[in-house]
Write a protein that binds this ligand. Structure first.
Ligand SMILES: NC(=O)c1ccc[n+]([C@@H]2O[C@H](COP(=O)([O-])OP(=O)(O)OC[C@H]3O[C@@H](n4cnc5c(N)ncnc54)[C@H](O)[C@@H]3O)[C@@H](O)[C@H]2O)c1
Length: 285
């Protein structure tokens, strides 16, 4: 089944990217945010993505015009989701906020709409527990930047209906992305693997095994990773990685997820990575 109408809740880093790819996939998209001031920059960023696509010869002017015409910003959550086939939540990573939002979405969206969360670390089952029909809830974990990253983790919790999974897979493919199916386990597949590598790289740096550059090169040149784990941590944000490590350490109770001291120290000093100008590397724009 092809999705026609999509609502994206949260117009931040992920929400604007998801809205962008959905418009290009032929969906009419309503983008909403609880902070009205978040909308204009999101629309500008989507505009920049269209322009960039045309400049690089990836998109035609007519396709972009058609896609842009399918996008609307809606300040009101109720009217944004009223006719949606698929609702994707991309709001702040806070279980209480997401649960309250899903309870509201269940009331406001059509009963047939797929309800998806883009959470990167929370339990999809816990989010789904906020609705009466949790079988329609699934995780759709997109990657940043959404327009460039091919992978979407489709996360099923214990009560996800098989039909919901099928629709989620079809939707991901409609967006031109590649889905993988992952159970609702902490860190899913990608964060758990990525973090295990990132934290080990930090411990190696801490122990003086090699420099940050050389640890990264080990993975870039030895394993063909496009980017080493420390540089990647700088891009993601050290604070973000610390929060995920703490969560995985608590939930999986595995020692490899205990945050290394170097990570805690850098976060305490405000060395949060590229966004702060300094992390494991120095950055200037
Ligand atoms: N940034 C990433 O690299 C990344 C990658 C994958 C998944 N995620 C997940 O995607 C979600 C969004 O992350 P982000 O980086 O886009 O965050 P962000 O802070 O850039 O954007 C979140 C937006 O949600 C809005 N918002 C907050 N509460 C809301 C509510 N109740 N209703 C409507 N809007 C609300 C905020 O005003 C903000 O504009 C999080 O769950 C995050 O874990 C992030």
């Amino acid at each position: 089944m092809t999705a026609r109408a999509v609502a994206v809740i949260g117009a931040g880093t992920m929400g604007h990217g998801i809205a962008y790819v959905a418009t290009l996939a032929g969906c009419s998209v309503a983008l909403t945010d609880s902070r009205p001031e978040a909308i204009p920059p999101a629309i500008r960023r989507i505009g920049d993505l269209y322009t960039g696509g045309v400049k690089r010869g990836k998109l035609g002017e007519a396709d972009v015009a058609a896609a842009a015409a399918r996008l609307r910003a809606d300040r009101d959550l109720g009217s944004a989701v009223r006719e949606a086939d698929v609702v994707i939540e991309a709001v702040v990573e806070d279980l209480g906020v997401k649960q309250r939002l899903f309870a509201e979405l269940e009331r406001a969206a059509p009963a047939t709409a797929l309800l998806a969360t883009n959470t990167s670390s929370l339990s999809v089952g816990a989010i789904a527990s906020a609705v009466r029909d949790p079988g329609r809830v699934v995780g759709l974990h997109f990657f940043n930047p959404v327009h460039a990253m091919k992978l979407v983790e489709v996360v099923t919790h214990e009560r996800t209906e098989p039909g919901t999974l099928d629709r989620a897979l079809a939707f991901v493919r409609q967006l031109g992305k590649e889905p993988i199916v992952v159970k609702d386990a902490p860190g899913f597949a990608s964060s758990r693997l990525g973090l295990a590598l990132g934290l080990e790289a930090m411990r190696m740096l801490e122990q003086g095994v090699a420099s940050a550059e050389d640890i990264d090169k080990a993975m870039e040149l030895g394993y063909n990773h496009p980017m080493g784990p420390l540089k990647l941590t700088d891009l993601v944000g050290l604070d973000v990685r610390l929060a995920i490590a703490e969560y995985l350490h608590q939930t999986l109770e595995e020692p490899q997820f205990e945050p290394p001291q170097i990570l805690r120290d850098k976060v305490a000093k405000g060395e949060l990575g590229k966004k702060a100008g300094k992390g494991f590397y120095r950055w200037s724009d």
